[in-house]
Design a protein around this ligand. Structure first.
Ligand code: G16
Length: 546
């Protein structure tokens, strides 16, 4: 590396303290922790991003966000030129760079990375970065700028964006796919939405959205403006003007607690949605005969997959369509998709990168985590086929129309990553076509009662799982304990896994009634405690948030 760059880099790095005793791990969604611990990490992620840009000879993205985590946290993750999460083989390198204990160690790790990946250090680099609305975002963005400047890289500071917008901008820049600016993001999606709404629709799509007091509020308002109130009538709640980010609101809170967020009064007959703090997840809900009813990522996946299946049948296209889920998918959703819809379902470990990767194996891959994170990926083959049929004069009007709808879906749906805004509009389109409200959508299948809990353990990294996280292989004896418990519950199912974004072990349980499923979750949490050490405590998601 050029000595002047190295000097600037080490001088910049030396300005920031390494928090003592903290080992950073590039996890499910990059690095996440309390914001004041992140200065040095962000500086070093700048170095990593520049090296990745030189290695791929393309623009790399960096997003500053801690998504669903509390406002005092923050995080940083790297986005590939394709708009996807950073390639898994670089994750240990990110971890090594973040944890380098001295300048010498940092230089060694960088040199090793350059030689192992045959990086031409003279290759120009470019990094696009953005942040969510967290108070620490501005400070961390300034540190990132210093790092990119020290590395003599060009960059675009895109300011405050949703996470999916940053992914989309990186994808569009590298693929030379319009748009080249954020306005184009809104116009592309808004235009596709308006074209996809059925002409027979008498009024606009109407939805009330809890924006978790996060970045999604402004983005959604902007999107609604571009769409126009003749097509979309959106009421934005928890817009950040008074409440606290993710506190008793947002998709994660609503999903885990299975209740309406603060700031939303449920009214009969209305449709509601909740975004998370960086607007990459969405769940829907409504009032159902006096009860709160959730329509989560599983319900979105089945709704969207069934619509795509109908369009494929109408266009007489023989393309493979599949749904990708994780172990958190409700058992009823999997049965519904495989049994009733005859759509193949794959199960992968938690984390967008796993779902995204698997979804690419289908011509059309629908992937959603139950927590509302997901999208639909269309292969090149599928897109070509949609265009071919939609413009083939020998095809019937019905076929051409279905193929055109599918073409427009590829514009509406963010192809880089799950996007709450685009997914929200997608759901509105499908419901409008089916002439359904939430009640009809909810009735497609009934969720099995389920419960999630968090268990604090001395060292969650001691837990290892296999079979898409459905089997725990370490600590020894824990899986046997879970199996023994599960068989005593009708329709019982449970699994445990270490979180990638919080310092906890997560417990998931299903059973035939809510009371029995709550009991199963508690017993499994106790088994985790027994097998993982003394200084532990457990909370249901509800305890933690109320
Ligand atoms: C991130 C990941 C998701 C994952 C979630 C929770 O979401 O992108 O794939 O489901 O964390 O992960 P864990 O259970 O490992 O803590 P987000 O929306 O927080 O970026």
């Amino acid at each position: 590396m050029d000595p002047s760059i190295l000097k600037a880099l080490l001088e910049g790095d030396a300005k920031y303290m390494s928090p003592t005793g903290t080992k950073f791990l590039y996890g499910t969604a990059g690095f996440r922790c309390k914001a004041p611990l992140l200065d040095k990490i962000v500086f070093r992620v700048g170095i990593l991003a520049v090296l990745r840009s030189k290695c791929t000879k393309a623009t790399i993205g960096v997003m500053l966000t801690a998504s669903h985590n509390p406002v005092e946290d923050n995080g940083v993750k790297v986005v590939e030129p394709s708009g996807e999460m950073m390639v898994a083989s670089w994750e240990p390198r990110a971890t090594a760079i973040a944890n380098a204990a001295s300048s010498d160690e940092l230089v060694d790790i960088i040199s090793q990375l350059i030689s192992e990946s045959s990086i031409d250090i003279k290759q120009p680099s470019h990094v696009m970065f953005a942040r969510d609305t967290r108070p620490s975002g501005d400070h961390l963005a300034a540190i990132l700028e210093q790092s990119l400047t020290a590395m003599q890289s060009s960059f675009d500071n895109l300011g405050v964006l949703t996470t999916p917008q940053l992914h989309y901008m990186v994808w569009s820049r590298n693929t030379h796919h319009p748009p080249s600016d954020i306005q184009g993001y809104y116009t592309t999606i808004a235009t596709a939405f308006k074209e996809l709404l059925p002409q027979s629709m008498s009024g606009p799509a109407v939805v009330t959205v809890d924006c978790a007091n996060g970045v999604g509020a402004g983005a959604l308002q902007k999107m609604a403006e571009v769409i126009g109130n003749n097509c979309l009538n959106v009421t934005v709640c928890n817009d950040g003007s008074s409440g606290i980010l993710n506190e008793k609101c947002g998709a994660d809170y609503v999903k885990l607690n299975q209740c309406a967020p603060d700031g939303v009064d449920l009214e009969t007959g209305k449709r509601y949605a909740s975004l998370d703090g960086d607007a990459d997840r969405v769940v829907f809900f409504f009032e159902d005969n006096g009860s709160f009813r959730l329509l989560d990522g599983d319900k979105i996946a089945s709704l969207v997959a069934s619509f795509i299946q109908e369009q494929l049948t109408q266009a007489d296209m023989k393309l493979t369509l599949g749904v990708v889920q994780t172990a958190y998918a409700n058992g009823s959703s999997t049965d519904y998709l495989c049994g009733k819809m005859k759509i193949p379902v794959a199960c992968v470990p938690t984390g967008v990168k796993h779902l995204h990767h698997k979804a690419k194996e289908f011509d059309i891959g629908v992937y959603f985590e139950a927590n509302g994170h997901g999208t639909v990926l269309f292969s090149e083959k599928a897109v070509k086929e949609f265009h071919r049929i939609s413009s083939d004069e020998s095809c019937s009007m019905e076929k051409k129309q279905a193929a055109s709808q599918l073409c427009r879906l590829t514009q509406l749906i963010n192809q880089a990553v799950g996007d709450a805004l685009s997914d929200l509009l997608l759901v509105e389109v499908v419901l409008a076509h089916k002439k359904w409200g939430c009640a009809e959508w909810s009735k497609t299948y009934t969720d099995l009662p389920n419960r999630q809990m968090k268990v604090k353990v001395p060292d969650r990294t001691l837990m290892k799982t296999t079979d898409a996280e459905r089997v725990c292989v370490s600590p020894a004896g824990l899986q046997e304990a879970i199996d023994t418990l599960v068989v005593t519950f009708a329709m019982g199912r449970s699994f445990v896994r270490p979180s990638g974004t919080e310092d906890v072990v997560r417990v998931y349980a299903e059973a035939d009634t809510q009371a029995r499923c709550d009991l199963l979750a508690c017993l499994v949490a106790d088994a985790v405690t027994e097998h993982m050490g003394d200084s532990v405590n457990k909370t249901t998601a509800a305890d933690e948030n109320h």
